[in-house]
Design a protein around this ligand. Structure first.
Ligand SMILES: Cc1ncc(COP(=O)(O)O)c(C=O)c1O
Length: 368
């Protein structure tokens, strides 16, 4: 049996509705910003419950725009977690600031109890990441930000459709970033990103920065760049947003089958699920003994398991010159890099494929 990781062929199997809407868009030649972008910003804003949304080219741009919008740059430190995607740290470096890495907890989320130990006089912001589409413990992070007068920027790139006790990721921080990369919970046909904020003083500046700092065709207020989302992608994403709840529901149902099938194995450690939260399962992760042998076994059996990622960020060569961290404090991120496997969990999997995944792992450990 084959258990595919990539669900995009199914997600975009029938694109007639997209093509039909593209025809209308092509007739308008409204190819940069304009009505389609504004309509998608508004639809997304309502879906997550934010005050303002600004559509950009990708999640990395969303992070960079958020950091720049807060005025973060050279000489500033931003605290984030060591087990995230390159872009969280890359965006901090891109604005000239210094990333400070802290460890994750057993749920693979930034460990809020480790944050205060790395604060310095240069600390300007904390960037919690909604890693894998689950969420960190937000309350203590909000408290730390208040107590030390720090800004918060959420990397909610994997969190579209998730909720933390009823509230969407990307609505807790001052400015927050989302990604619509093809393998997130809401998929562009290429790249897409969004910035959400409730603070008008940040929003007006970011809207202009996204579009060269322009106030009108002939005048700029300051030097900005082009980070604009493509209207063609807005069509794809707007239709995807209509399916989002269904996507999240199916992924959660699938994740439950894996959780229940693997939960009793002593060789497997799954992150604790918080009953008040909903996860997107952008990634379904667990720690597995004999990881490298198991992943080879799974791949041979047709199960396209992956590793996100074999190196934690502090283990990357690039981290040594640009990031502040003490490797001895990053034990869990290191452990995760050594033992982690990501299993297919997407919305198009059939129950028999999930049971096959469970049974193959059990068989590997001799537990039928
Ligand atoms: C946690 C996280 N942050 C940032 C990004 C960057 O998003 P994008 O690929 O849209 O630039 C991604 C995804 O790729 C991500 O998973």
């Amino acid at each position: 049996m084959k258990v595919e990781y990539n669900y995009l062929p199914k997600e975009f199997e029938d694109c007639e509705a997209i093509i039909e809407e593209w025809r209308k868009l092509i007739n308008t030649t409204d190819f940069t910003l304009g009505a389609y972008v504004e309509a998608f910003e508004e639809k997304f804003r309502k879906a997550i419950g934010a005050d303002y949304c600004i559509a950009v080219n990708c999640g990395t741009d969303a992070l960079i725009l958020s950091l720049k919008g807060m005025g973060i740059g050279v000489g500033d430190e931003v605290i984030t977690v060591a087990n995230t995607f390159y872009a969280s740290v890359g965006a901090i470096v891109a604005v000239g600031a210094t990333p400070v890495l802290v460890d994750c907890d057993d749920r693979f989320q930034i460990d809020a109890t480790k944050i205060e130990a790395v604060l310095s006089s240069q600390t300007k912001a904390i960037m919690p990441v909604h890693w894998a589409g689950a969420s960190p413990d937000m309350e203590p992070i909000i408290e730390i930000c208040k107590r030390h007068e720090l800004l918060m920027i959420e990397d909610a790139c994997m969190g579209i459709g998730a909720s933390v006790d009823g509230q969407s990721p990307g609505t807790f921080g001052n400015i927050n970033a989302f990604s619509m990369h093809p393998l997130k919970s809401l998929n562009a046909m290429g790249d897409g990103g969004m910035v959400a904020s409730s603070d008008t003083k940040f929003v007006e500046w970011m809207r202009k920065y996204r579009n060269h700092g322009m106030v009108d065709r002939d005048h700029i207020e300051f030097w900005g760049i082009n980070m604009r989302m493509q209207p063609l992608q807005c069509v794809v994403l707007s239709q995807g947003l209509d399916r989002l709840n269904d996507t999240i529901e199916k992924r959660n149902k699938n994740a439950k089958i894996l959780d229940e099938g693997l939960g009793d194995l002593k060789q497997v450690s799954l992150p604790r699920r918080l009953p008040k939260n909903i996860e997107t399962f952008a990634l379904y992760m667990g720690l597995f003994e004999e990881r490298d042998k198991l992943i080879q076994y799974l791949n041979e059996k047709g199960i396209e398991a992956k590793i996100h990622y074999p190196l934690a960020l502090h283990q990357q060569k690039a981290a040594k010159e640009k990031c502040i961290f003490d490797p001895e404090t990053l034990e869990k991120s290191t452990l995760q890099a050594n033992k982690l496997i990501t299993l297919p969990v997407h919305q198009f999997l059939r129950e028999e494929q999930l049971n096959y995944t469970v049974n193959t792992i059990r068989e590997f450990y001799g537990k039928n």
